[in-house]
Design a protein around this ligand. Structure first.
Ligand SMILES: NC(=O)C1=CN([C@@H]2O[C@H](COP(=O)(O)OP(=O)(O)OC[C@H]3O[C@@H](n4cnc5c(N)ncnc54)[C@H](OP(=O)(O)O)[C@@H]3O)[C@@H](O)[C@H]2O)C=CC1
Ligand SMILES: O=C(O)CCC(=O)C(=O)O
Length: 451
């Protein structure tokens, strides 16, 4: 009898758990994909025979390294860094770098796994990877952050390259950190190449990259609403997070006529029933990015707003919800509350913000529910466009890039519809995204034989 891990879903998942002990986030991400792929593979003998799902759920490699740096008081500090190169079947590894104390190998393996399908969905030639460190940038001076970034790149540089692996930002890594890392790469290698994206405009960055993830998640939401002949005008939106993705999602919702009433950070959420206008969003951006402040300070600035310490915003009644902070921030109970309060659509700006229970609740309620790997792909898509511009040694105009982002998000929506459309016209976007992403990568892997 042929050896196959694909006898049944339970057998496959037992194997994933056995091979990845103490890696709950990675197991969760694989399960969410496998739940859909097993049905899809039912009559596709070649995928089974070639063990494609088994191979796709094993990263190509995981590089782990020591990062030493000196703090302002002269103490030597030691952190752990990783780069997970998950799959390069359709292009160079591509995906962000996260600096946060919660970073573990499991978190980066889940992110790199998701990134592989997300990047395939964009239609651009990018494989999947993710990296990061358990370094906590909060409370560090700019000099300490610079020294950490330089030390991180002093090891990372040997594993990346414009045609090998192209990192970018993620939680805790924005334009400033990319600048420090790009400068160190250039110094070590003496090469100016498009080895990182999210760069500053002065040295090869792309217009609209900072906005792209949040804007893209809202474009995807608008596509979903349009399937019900609806739009964002007059809709009340609950958004979590207050970083890059959350603030730009809030901005685009506001531009399209919706009213955002919440934002959050790891300390809790603020509720502003008057609506978080563009002026207030600009204040939040400056407060979080330049002043490195806390979201609760919003209430001292804007009357009628309230702060809810230690809580997530999912209990606030809304028409649409956008989780834009971090993984597993929206649990089954929260999903049930959103459904009970009449929420009609959820678009995930963050990666895997909804736990498996919550995913099942949204699917059962037939909500318009877009998983992160589809909804937040606008960021990496514009990163892909940054790579193209770097290769061409030119910079495209903002209008061109805005149009390309919109087209890419519409294309992702279409791909999800192709594989996710159910009886009665409902689209299971999770299924659609998983199958469309999987199929592209799997077919490329089949073409290479057993490698
Ligand atoms: N940047 C990008 O282009 C892309 C990002 N994403 C995903 O979007 C999400 C947000 O990323 P981004 O906006 O770039 O990151 P930022 O670092 O800019 O902001 C992160 C936000 O999430 C909050 N947060 C982080 N961890 C937690 C936690 N454990 N509990 C509650 N709140 C938390 C932060 O609060 P605090 O300030 O208190 O830490 C902050 O408000 C992540 O899931 C990321 O992977 C997805 C695609 C692309
Ligand atoms: O732009 C990129 O390469 C990274 C984006 C990212 O990390 C993500 O999509 O989660």
């Amino acid at each position: 009898m042929a050896i196959t891990d694909h006898v049944d879903f339970n057998g496959f998942m037992e194997g994933v758990k056995r091979r990845n002990p103490y890696q709950p986030e990675f197991v969760q991400a694989v399960q969410e994909v496998a739940e859909d792929i097993f049905d899809f593979m039912e009559d596709k003998e070649e995928y089974h025979a070639q063990q494609i799902l088994r191979r796709i759920s094993e990263p190509d490699r995981v590089v782990s390294f020591r990062v030493c740096w000196e703090d302002d008081a002269g103490n030597i500090r030691v952190q752990r860094g990783w780069r997970v190169q998950n799959n390069n079947a359709i292009g160079p590894y591509k995906g962000g770098i996260r600096f946060h104390p919660s970073v573990t190998e499991s978190v980066l393996k889940f992110l790199a796994f998701e990134q592989t399908f997300k990047n395939a969905l964009t239609g651009l030639p990018m494989g999947g990877g993710k990296g990061g460190s358990n370094f906590n940038p909060k409370g560090k001076s700019v000099r300490e952050i610079m020294r950490f970034c330089q030390s991180f790149m002093t090891e990372l540089y040997r594993h990346i390259g414009a045609d090998v692996d192209v990192p970018a930002g993620d939680i805790g890594v924005g334009g400033r950190e990319i600048g420090f890392m790009f400068g160190q790469y250039k110094r070590i290698t003496n090469q100016f190449t498009g080895v990182l994206t999210g760069k500053g405009l002065e040295y090869g960055g792309s217009l609209i990259r900072p906005e792209a993830t949040g804007y893209g998640a809202v474009y995807f939401l608008a596509e979903m609403l349009a399937t019900r002949d609806d739009g964002l005008v007059g809709k009340t939106a609950v958004v979590s997070g207050s970083g890059n993705v959350a603030t730009h999602a809030a901005e685009k919702i506001t531009q399209l006529g919706g009213k955002v009433v919440t934002l959050s950070d790891s300390g809790g959420f603020i509720h502003d029933p008057d609506g978080i206008t563009q002026e207030k969003i600009d204040w939040v951006k400056a407060h979080k990015t330049h002043r490195r402040g806390r979201i609760q300070d919003y209430c001292e600035e804007f009357e009628n707003a309230s702060f809810h310490p230690g809580k997530t915003p999912w209990g606030v009644p809304c028409d649409v919800a956008l989780p834009c902070a971090t993984q597993n921030e929206l649990l089954g109970e929260d999903a049930r509350t959103l459904v009970a309060n009449g929420c009609m659509a959820v678009s995930e700006g963050a990666n895997m913000p909804t736990d498996l229970d919550g995913v099942h609740v949204f699917k059962a309620a037939r909500l318009l529910y877009a998983p992160g790997k589809a909804a937040n792909a606008g960021g990496v898509a514009v990163s892909g466009l940054e790579m193209s511009q770097n290769s061409e040694r030119r910079a495209w105009k903002e209008e061109e890039l805005q149009q390309m982002l919109k087209d890419i998000m519409a294309g992702i929506h279409e791909r999800c519809m192709t594989y996710g459309r159910q009886d009665g016209g409902y689209c299971d976007y999770v299924k659609g995204a998983n199958i469309a992403g999987f199929k592209k990568v799997a077919d490329a892997m089949l073409a290479f034989g057993v490698v």
